[in-house]
Design a protein around this ligand. Structure first.
Ligand code: ADP
Ligand code: MG
Length: 337
C-alpha cells in the first residue's frame, strides 16, 4: 500500500495522542514490597514524577524501619525491650508513648478484651516458633498473673508497669501505627494517592485510577472470606481511610482437629472463639488495628457495641458460626454489585 498524506497525518495524530496520554498528570505509579515488621509491606503511590515518588517511598520505608526498631521485642535496644527488662517502668520515645496511650484507651473501653500486657502469654504460645503447641493450664495461669488494663500506665513519656514480670506486647497495634506514620511521611512528600498494606493493615489515601488514563475514584478493597481464600466476602470503597482485618486464618496451627490462632482472650489465655474474622474501617490504622483485635475477642454483639464509642469506626464481623454482622454505617462503604 503506497504511503499517502492522510495515513501519515493519521499516524502522527495517534502517536501524539499516545505521548500526551503518557504525560498526563498522575500518570506514574510506583509499587514496592518489602519485608518489615515481620510481614510483607506493600506500598503503591501515584503521582506526576517517578523520582519524587521513589524518594517518598524510600522515606516511608525508612520511617517504618525506625518504628520497628522502637516497637519490636526482637530488637534489644527497642523501647519495648527496655520496658520489658525494667523493674517498674522506663521513659520511652514519644511515638511509643502514643501507641501505648491509644492501646490503653482501647484496653479500657473494651473492658480488657484488648490487652497490651499479654507479652508472656504471647511468648508461651510461641506462634513465632516452628512448631507451636498448646501450653498446659499451669503455664497459662502463670502467664496471665498480674496482667490487665491497669497493670500499665503512662505519665507523659514515662511508662509504669506493675511488676518486673509484666511483658508488654504491641503486636495488636504497632503495625497499624507504623502504616499511619508511613502515610504521614508520604503526605509530607506531596503524595496525594497511595495505598500502604502491612499484612492486612491498610490505609488508602486519596483517589486512584485502576488503569492508566481512567478517571480517578475511591480505592476498592476486596475483603477475603475467612474460610474460602479465593472468595471475596465483600468489596468496600474507601478514600482517606484505614481498612484492617484480623482473622483466625493467617497465623494458626491445628492440634487434635482444633484450630489455635494468635488472638487471645485475656480472660482464659486461649485463642478467642467468637469470630472468624473482623474488618474495621476507621480514620487511623492504629485505631482500626486495635479495634479489629478487640472486636475479635469480644465477639459480634459486644464487639459492634464497642464500635459505637468510636464515631469514625465501622466494622464487619464474621462470627464463629459463619454469620455476617456489621455496624450501621458499614453500608456507606459497601460496593453494591
Ligand atoms: P495481625 O498481626 O495478623 O494483623 P492482629 O492485629 O489481630 O493480627 O494482632 C494479633 C497480635 O496481637 C498477636 O500476635 C499478639 O501479638 C497481639 N494480641 C493477641 N491477643 C491480643 C489481645 N487480646 N489484645 C491485644 N493484643 C493481642
Ligand atoms: Mg490488631
Amino acid at each position: 500500500m503506497p504511503w499517502n498524506r492522510p495515513l501519515i497525518i493519521g499516524l502522527l495524530v495517534v502517536l501524539l495522542a499516545i505521548s500526551w496520554w503518557r504525560l498526563l498528570p498522575d500518570d506514574q505509579e510506583i509499587r514496592r514490597s518489602q519485608l518489615l515488621m515481620g510481614t510483607v509491606v506493600e506500598i503503591v503511590v501515584g503521582g506526576e514524577s517517578s523520582d519524587k515518588l521513589e524518594a517518598a517511598v524510600d522515606a516511608a520505608v525508612a520511617e517504618m524501619t525506625r518504628l520497628d526498631q522502637l516497637l519490636s521485642r526482637h530488637h534489644q535496644k527497642s523501647d519495648l525491650s527496655r520496658l520489658s527488662r525494667s523493674d517498674t517502668g522506663t521513659e520511652v520515645n514519644v511515638e511509643t508513648a502514643e501507641v501505648i496511650t491509644l492501646g490503653l484507651d482501647v484496653a479500657q473501653r473494651s473492658g480488657g478484651a484488648f490487652d497490651l500486657t499479654l507479652g508472656r502469654l504471647k511468648v508461651l504460645w510461641g506462634f513465632d516458633r516452628e512448631n507451636p503447641t498448646v501450653p498446659d493450664q499451669v503455664a497459662l495461669t502463670a502467664a496471665l498473673e498480674g496482667i490487665g488494663p491497669t497493670a500499665l500506665s503512662l505519665q507523659g513519656q514515662e511508662v509504669n508497669k506493675r511488676s518486673l514480670q509484666l511483658q508488654v506486647d504491641l503486636g495488636g497495634i504497632a503495625k497499624g501505627y507504623a502504616v499511619d506514620r508511613a502515610i504521614a511521611v508520604l503526605k509530607e512528600h506531596g503524595v496525594t494517592s497511595a495505598a500502604v498494606n502491612a499484612g492486612g493493615d491498610m490505609y488508602l489515601l486519596g483517589l486512584h485510577s485502576e488503569l492508566q488514563g481512567r478517571p480517578e475514584r475511591p480505592w476498592r478493597i476486596g475483603i477475603q472470606h475467612p474460610r474460602h481464600k479465593e472468595t471475596l466476602l465483600e468489596t468496600v470503597q474507601v478514600s482517606d481511610r484505614a481498612v484492617v482485618t484480623s482473622g483466625d486464618y493467617e497465623r494458626f496451627f491445628e492440634e487434635d482437629g482444633v484450630r489455635y490462632h494468635h488472638i487471645f482472650d485475656p480472660q482464659t489465655g486461649l485463642p478467642a472463639r467468637g469470630c472468624q474474622s473482623v474488618t474495621i474501617i476507621a480514620d487511623s490504622v492504629a485505631l482500626a488495628d486495635a479495634l479489629a483485635t478487640a472486636v475479635f475477642v469480644l465477639g459480634p454483639a459486644a464487639g459492634l457495641q464497642l464500635l459505637t464509642q468510636y464515631p469514625t469506626a465501622e466494622g464487619l464481623v464474621v462470627a464463629a458460626d459463619g454469620t455476617l454482622h456489621s455496624s450501621s454505617g458499614w453500608t456507606n462503604y459497601r460496593v453494591t454489585p
